[in-house]
Design a protein around this ligand. Sequence first.
Ligand code: ADP
Length: 469
Amino acid sequence: MDTYETLLAAIAPADGPTREVHDPATGELIASVPVHDRSHLDKAIARARAAQPGWAALADEERCGILQRVADAIESSAEALARVLSREQGKPLNGPNARFEVGACAAWLRATAATPRPSEVVVDDGETYAELHYRPVGIVAAITPWNWPMMIAIWQIAPALRMGNTVVAKPSEYTTLSGLALAAVMNEVLPEGVLNVVAGAGDIGAAIVADPAFGKIMFTGSTATGSRIIESSAGNITRLTLELGGNDAGIVLPDVDPAAIAQDLFWGAFINTGQTCAALKRLYVHEDVYDDVVDALAGVAAAMPMGVGLDEENVLGPLQNRMQFQVVDRLVEAAKASGARVVIGGEPDRDAPGFFYPTTLVADIAPDNPLVVEEQFGPALPIVRYRDLEEVIEWANALDVGLGASVWSADRERAVEIASRLQAGTVWINSHGGVHPFIPFGGVKRSGYGLEFGVEGLKAASVPQVING
Ligand code: ADP
């Protein structure tokens, strides 16, 4: 049972170079984190390698029992973890934010332990008998971004551990504290060497990716980095799961009740203040309901408090870093310059110490506007008016990414038919972005490849082996 203070003390750097961590809401210095180099990575690999045979030799039920106890540890330190996450990432404690994320970590571990272990008889016809099994890869690298730093780490670590692998995790340099804090709590339970963390930026990530010690790299981050990972892991033929950028479309049909869907549309777009891979990032609304949907969304948006994460009333926070603030600011300014209509927001205080960008809805915007076709990854939603369904499907499919999409309609069958024509790894009907530990998740096109979660996720964290005979 850690407190915020004991948790920070437990992960305080002992020696070596460090980097300061500032609260993105206030600019306040909250801690320092280590900056690791090649020698730390080598030690982490050595620990992971030494621990792996013993970990893999445990019965599956034993590993599952340990994952359940790791979930218990996370729950008993949940408030401390949520405070670290809130202060470093910026996300509020409340709403679908820091406490929610920590709760999801525990829930995901439990669900991963409860997922049926894959193995099947593939042929049994009296003459031939063959079984397909899934064996450990060895050491898995878990390279994570800064938007959901604890939950995404668990998405990678939990299936890897369940399948008998050990892990070297590298949190984003923007959210190292969160990665270290989560691992410290998990390591209260896990055997020595099973989960190791190296702290650093892209250079240490690149060193991991090029190292033949890793049988599998699980990566969530930008498409550009994903490309680099493919290149530098090619020599080792390392297995990859790549969950990359997205620019998810939502299509609203004319038969919806705008007031009834406004809340779900809002959270589909603005969860984690818009900093979510599979958030709704461009909304296409049929002209018959356009004004009503925009009004209803504006009503919801105006009522959602944004502010410092530790204040209990807030449900939206700052952008995590200045770079992302500048992306959102540039895209909204471009939209304004094009003559699009800012319905709410759009006027940030650029001199404030925190990276707050106000909740922003931009209407009457052209389908090829940069705010529509580039990933904003922040609290600014473009709302495009459409008349023709064929044309809007073309717009939705026009981009080179395809993580998620959504169709909003009172007619499920019609929505499913439209969904089948959308180029996206997941299409939600009347919601956007919800994930579930038993439902596979992954992108198409330049949003990456490989599936996470559920049985498919366990398969992806292992190597197949056929027993023939
Ligand atoms: P984002 O901005 O979405 O976090 P990045 O792709 O920049 O996306 O970063 C995601 C993760 O990838 C971070 O942990 C980062 O340090 C790491 N990273 C950056 N460059 C590389 C690289 N060349 N090889 C491996 N990991 C990298």
